[in-house]
Design a binder for this molecule. Structure first.
Ligand SMILES: *[C@@H]1O[C@H](CO)[C@@H](O)[C@H](O)[C@H]1NC(C)=O
Ligand SMILES: *[C@@H]1O[C@H](CO)[C@@H](O)[C@H](O)[C@H]1NC(C)=O
Ligand SMILES: *[C@@H]1O[C@H](CO)[C@@H](O)[C@H](O)[C@H]1NC(C)=O
Ligand SMILES: *[C@@H]1O[C@H](CO)[C@@H](O)[C@H](O)[C@H]1NC(C)=O
Length: 350
């Protein structure tokens, strides 16, 4: 029954071809079932195009929520609705089987089962990776060439499950035939519908900060980069032209708007900060790398001094002139004060 549902789902996804060459992309459907006991289960589901979550499953309604305007690809609302109904049925069927065969399949409550299904566009061809299941986070079985294949990590449990499932030869054949035709059509429709969004380029912003000191005479320098798309990026701490091997890139985390945010750390001796900079290279920058210099404190002070000193002198001069003018009660004259201002005591600074 479960596999009949998979087959039906595949029918809805339909057939298609893959003549439209696009950048390599993968669509993945991921589901997690957490079974506490026979009567208490929680589940999550989502659909991903590469790193981008485009669908999320609402377990209370059983439907998918589109996270992008183009998440349905070129499927009609009816097609999508029917797909959702079938996915929900598939979900319930799987739960039923897991509970029914729990002892036979050596599943010990509480446990977690993950299921994934994907199809990938690679060099103009779509490869379909049929269902894969994991138990407690490690590979259990996969569906290939019309039959269920145990994963080496699955042990006797996987062998046992495959033995049961592989008795359904006709259902398995239909599943294979339909799913291999369906996912490509959805993926290609998706890439076409989402083209503008997927090919957009959003420039990163970058800034520097320091983290908690790793030790008394060391500094932790942090280069933050945020708000860019697509995800691939190169960020490096440099000294002059020399990449700093000690640079450590954090995970690249998603922002709520679909852009990305990594940090790159460098642990340096507090006296060794001169000449350091953070380099950011990203496709949106079109070769104009962002370079943030970590100005050594002395050079900052020098700049401030260079700007402030003449200003200070000017003000002192002005004060001096005003004071003279008031104490001598001189009548307003434009010539005299100017002459005083240009007296020798100031000339050495000009
Ligand atoms: C199943 O697990 C839930 C959550 O832990 C618990 O509230 C419930 O009483 C359990 N039911 C049975 C029959 O053990
Ligand atoms: C999920 O489904 C429930 C029940 O249909 C609905 O009330 C709720 O608004 C849905 N959540 C979202 C985020 O759409
Ligand atoms: C698929 O399985 C059939 C028999 O079930 C076998 O003859 C065939 O060689 C297999 N193909 C691949 C690619 O493994
Ligand atoms: C959806 O797009 C795919 C790939 O471009 C195409 O093969 C298929 O015919 C399209 N389906 C509809 C209903 O337009």
């Amino acid at each position: 029954m479960l596999f009949l549902q998979i087959s039906l789902l595949a029918v809805l996804l339909g057939g298609g071809d893959n003549e439209d060459a696009f950048q390599d992309q993968i669509f993945r459907l991921i589901g997690t079932l957490s079974l506490q006991n026979r009567s208490w289960t929680r589940s999550w589901g989502s659909g991903w195009l590469g790193d981008l979550e485009i669908k999320t499953w609402n377990s209370s309604s059983g439907g998918f929520i589109s996270l992008r305007p183009w998440s349905n690809g070129n499927f009609s609302n009816n097609e999508m609705k029917e797909t959702e109904v079938l996915l929900q049925t598939f979900h319930h069927e799987l739960l039923h089987l897991l509970n029914k065969h729990a002892s036979e399949w050596m599943l010990e409550y509480p446990f977690e089962v993950q299921k994934t299904f994907s199809c990938e566009l690679h060099s103009g061809k779509v490869k379909v990776d049929l269902w894969r299941f994991a138990y407690q986070g490690s590979d259990l079985l996969s569906f290939k060439n019309s039959s269920w294949v145990p994963s080496p990590e699955g042990g006797t449990r996987a062998l046992q499950i495959c033995k049961t499932l592989n008795k359904r030869t006709v259902i398995n054949k239909i599943t294979e035939w339909r799913t291999t035709k369906s996912c490509p059509r959805y993926l290609l429709g998706l890439l076409d519908a989402g083209k503008a969004d997927l090919q957009k380029q959003v420039k990163p912003e970058a800034w520097l900060s320091t983290g908690p000191n790793p030790s008394p005479d060391h500094l932790l320098l942090v280069c933050h980069v945020s708000g860019f798309y697509p995800k691939p990026i190169s960020v490096m701490w440099m000294r002059g032209e020399q990449a700093q091997q000690g640079s450590q890139l954090s995970d690249i985390l998603p922002n709520a708007d679909g852009t990305w945010y990594p940090q790159i750390f460098l642990d340096v001796e507090a006296t060794e900060t001169s000449g350091l900079s953070c380099w950011v290279t990203h496709s949106s920058l079109e070769g104009q790398d962002i370079i943030l210099y970590l100005d050594p404190p002395n050079s900052k002070a020098l700049i401030i001094l260079a700007v402030m000193l003449p200003l200070l002198l000017l003000l002192t001069g002005l004060a001096f002139w005003l004071k003279k003018r008031w104490t001598h009660c001189e009548p307003p004259s434009t010539l005299l004060p100017l002459e005083r201002f240009q007296q020798p005591r100031f000339s050495k600074h000009t």
